[in-house]
Design a protein around this ligand. Structure first.
Ligand SMILES: [Zn+2]
Length: 153
């Protein structure tokens, strides 16, 4: 779902090794500087990601996000922002809420399946125990009588 952001390798064009302008700078009709803060996250081949993010957040807000986040969390912040923007492009009204609701319904479905499977295991375990008791020559009444006698003592 989330693609890995590989800043420098994605920025270099195949074969020539020269740096390409990032989509953000190309969109703003500016020359992409070597220290462009958006270049690692919006290389030339990620136009849709940029357009979605630009539509949802705006370029200045994307830059604010990058400015206000610690260096080690920048990639995660941008992956999250891009994912949120891509999802909003697919589901214009509900955005990520639609995905969250869908995943939540899967959790309920699989939890119900797990509960059913655990009940089946418990039933099979009880039947296996019953079979073992019968193999050993006891029947239910002897076991129950034996238990009743022990309880009276
Ligand atoms: Zn740039």
């Amino acid at each position: 779902m989330l693609r890995s952001l590989c800043p420098e390798s994605a920025r270099r064009s195949e074969g020539t090794g020269s740096l390409q302008d990032c989509v953000a700078c190309k969109y703003q009709r500016r020359k992409c500087a070597p220290n462009c803060s958006l270049a690692p996250y919006f290389p030339a081949d990620r136009q849709k990601d940029f357009l979605d993010a630009q539509k949802l957040f705006g370029v200045s807000n994307i830059k604010k996000i990058l400015k206000n986040v610690k260096q080690r969390k920048k990639e995660t912040a941008m992956k999250t922002s891009i994912s949120q923007a891509n999802t909003r492009a697919i589901h214009p009204v509900q955005g990520c809420c639609n995905v969250i609701r869908e995943l939540d319904s899967y959790i309920h479905l699989y939890k119900a399946e797990l509960d059913f499977a655990l009940r089946q295991i418990a039933i099979c375990g009880a039947q296996a125990l019953q079979n073992e008791i019968q193999k050993l020559g006891f029947d239910n009444q002897e076991v129950e009588v034996g238990m009743t006698e022990t309880q009276e003592d």
